[in-house]
Design a protein around this ligand. Structure first.
Ligand code: ZN
Length: 207
C-alpha cells in the first residue's frame, strides 16, 4: 500500500514536470532547431531557385565555406540568401533580339507601327505588341526564366530607339520587374537591396 502511494506521488510529480514541456513545446523546439542543419536549408533554397529562376546558374560550391564561421543558424541562412541575391543581381545578361512571331498572329497595322516615331513616342498598339511578345516567351522572363503575369512584365527594346531599334516583335524583350530594374540600373549594389527575389528568399529563413 505504501509503495502504491509513493508510486502515485512520483507519477504526479513527473506529469507536472511534463506539462510545461507540452505547453511550451513550440518554443522548446525552435530553441533546439536554432542549431539546425544549414545543408537542408541550402538544399531547399536550391530546389526553390531551380524551379522559379531556371535561367540563372547559381553557384552553391563555396556557399557553405562562406558561412562556416557563423554559429547562429538564422544568421547563417541570411548570409546564404544575401550571397544568392548578389549572384542573381550580378548575373551577366545582355538584351538581344528575339525570335519572330508567325505572320498569322500579327495584325493589319503591325508593319506600319513597327517603325520609329518622332520624339521617341511609342506606337498606339504598344500594349498589343507587349502581350504578343509575352505570349511568344511563354510568360517567362528572358533573363531569369521566372513566370510573370502580363501586368507585372516589362517590355524592353533590345536595340534602343537612339540606335535605330524599332517596335518590331523581334526587338521586344520581356523581363520580370527585378531583371528590368537590374538591366536599367547604374548601381547594381543599391538596386539589389530591395529586389523581389530577396523578399521571397528571406521568407524561407527561420524566424
Ligand atoms: Zn527575371
Amino acid at each position: 500500500m505504501k509503495l502504491d502511494i509513493e508510486f502515485i506521488i512520483y507519477s504526479v510529480i513527473i506529469i507536472f514536470c511534463l506539462i510545461p514541456l507540452y505547453i511550451y513545446r513550440k518554443e522548446i523546439y525552435s530553441k533546439f532547431s536554432k542549431s539546425g542543419n544549414i545543408k537542408i536549408f541550402i538544399k531547399d533554397i536550391d530546389a526553390y531557385l531551380s524551379l522559379h529562376y531556371p535561367k540563372i546558374n547559381f553557384d552553391f560550391s563555396n556557399i557553405l565555406k562562406k558561412v562556416e564561421e557563423e554559429k547562429d543558424i538564422k544568421i547563417k541562412e541570411i548570409l546564404v540568401v544575401e550571397d544568392l541575391v548578389s549572384q542573381f543581381a550580378t548575373y551577366e545578361y545582355e538584351l538581344t533580339t528575339q525570335t519572330s512571331v508567325s505572320r498569322d498572329k500579327l495584325w493589319s497595322s503591325y508593319d506600319n507601327n513597327s517603325k520609329l516615331l518622332k520624339d521617341n513616342k511609342f506606337p498606339i498598339d504598344w500594349n498589343q505588341r507587349k502581350e504578343a511578345a509575352w505570349i511568344r516567351d511563354k510568360n517567362k522572363c528572358n533573363r531569369c526564366g521566372t513566370k510573370i503575369k502580363l501586368i507585372d512584365s516589362q517590355a524592353l527594346l533590345a536595340k534602343q530607339m537612339r540606335n535605330g531599334g524599332g517596335f518590331n516583335l523581334e526587338n521586344i524583350v520581356i523581363l520580370c520587374s527585378d531583371c528590368a530594374r537590374l538591366v536599367r540600373t547604374s548601381n547594381i549594389e543599391k538596386t539589389s537591396r530591395d529586389l523581389l527575389i530577396s523578399d521571397r528568399l528571406m521568407k524561407q529563413v527561420k524566424n
